[in-house]
Design a protein around this ligand. Structure first.
Ligand SMILES: [Fe+2]
Length: 288
């Protein structure tokens, strides 16, 4: 395993479930960052873009627009190429970012290593359930080791089913890395969750899931399926062109998404992007 500089006692601990104390009569402020693709040092590039710089720009935007977060989630492709040292760097960046947040959670994307993520947190498992106020946040793992596409294996589907059955008195958000539905972008839709039929079959048995949210597609997306919002969030790094048949890099700016979750199960959400800026990006690239 990769050697890295020993860090001080981690601020983040990652049991398979955790409870964040919160007054259930108050709204919950949730921040989602996704697809940061950073590396073990600040020089990592994705298609020419310095991903450390774009993440720094996004964090600056978050800081200038919002004051306090109850929950900060990152939904995969945190690292461009795994490596415990990269995750330690990411946690250090968050700690030094002055984005005040009371709790943190992450899940792996196809570029991540769950083993290295756990090592960085000094933990032996990923957090799957976060209880906060009268909401439940489910963090599912769609990673298929060694492959780009997503899948929810039987263990994840069972966890989903059991958790929904055991928490019918809570409003639920489900986060994952890959898209469970086509987003209309042919090349990236070949990578969607393979077991989406089984996933939605479980969802259809319950009434308390409010939204399913993912990253991976590096673009904004919004749809409603049987009263459940389906949402994709832009990357903090490069963007992919919506509705493109073949791989295509978009000129939209890096971004993130926030939620305000209300005690009655309603919520508001919005994508924010940093102000127009010129980055060095290989726009005519044919893949990554
Ligand atoms: Fe990504």
């Amino acid at each position: 395993m990769e050697k890295y500089v020993q860090h001080s006692t981690p601020r983040y601990k990652s049991p398979s479930h955790k409870t964040v104390p919160h007054d259930a009569t108050l709204p919950i402020r949730l921040l989602q960052l996704t697809d940061c693709h950073i590396g073990p040092d600040e020089h990592e590039e994705l298609l020419g873009l310095n991903t450390n710089q774009s993440l720094t720009d996004v964090i600056r935007h978050v800081r200038s627009h919002h004051e306090q977060w109850d929950l900060l989630l990152t939904t995969g492709d945190i690292a461009n190429n795994g490596g415990a040292r990269t995750y330690v760097r990411f946690l250090d960046i968050l700690q030094k970012s002055e984005i005040p947040h009371r709790a943190f959670g992450w899940l792996p994307g196809n570029h991540d290593s769950p083993v290295d993520m756990n090592e960085a947190l000094d933990s032996d498992q990923l957090t799957k359930e976060i209880f906060i106020g009268n909401w439940l946040i489910l963090m599912l793992n769609t990673q298929v080791p060694g492959h780009t596409h997503g899948n929810l294996v039987e263990a994840e589907l069972n966890l989903l089913d059991e958790s929904l059955a055991n928490n019918r008195d809570r409003h639920v958000l489900i986060f994952m890395h890959h898209q469970p539905v086509p987003v209309g972008c042919a090349w990236v839709d070949t990578q969607k969750v393979r077991s989406e039929y089984a996933f939605f079959k479980i969802l259809d048995q319950y009434k308390h899931v409010k939204a399913v949210i993912w990253g991976h597609v590096h673009q904004e997306f919004s749809q409603v399926r049987k009263e459940v919002r389906l949402l994709a969030t832009p990357s903090t790094s490069i963007q992919f062109t919506p509705k493109s048949e073949d791989f295509s890099v978009d000129r939209q700016m890096p971004g993130y998404r926030w939620f305000v979750l209300n005690p009655d199960g309603s919520f508001t959400t919005q994508v924010e992007r940093i102000p127009e800026k010129t980055y060095s990006i290989q726009f005519n690239s044919e893949g990554y």
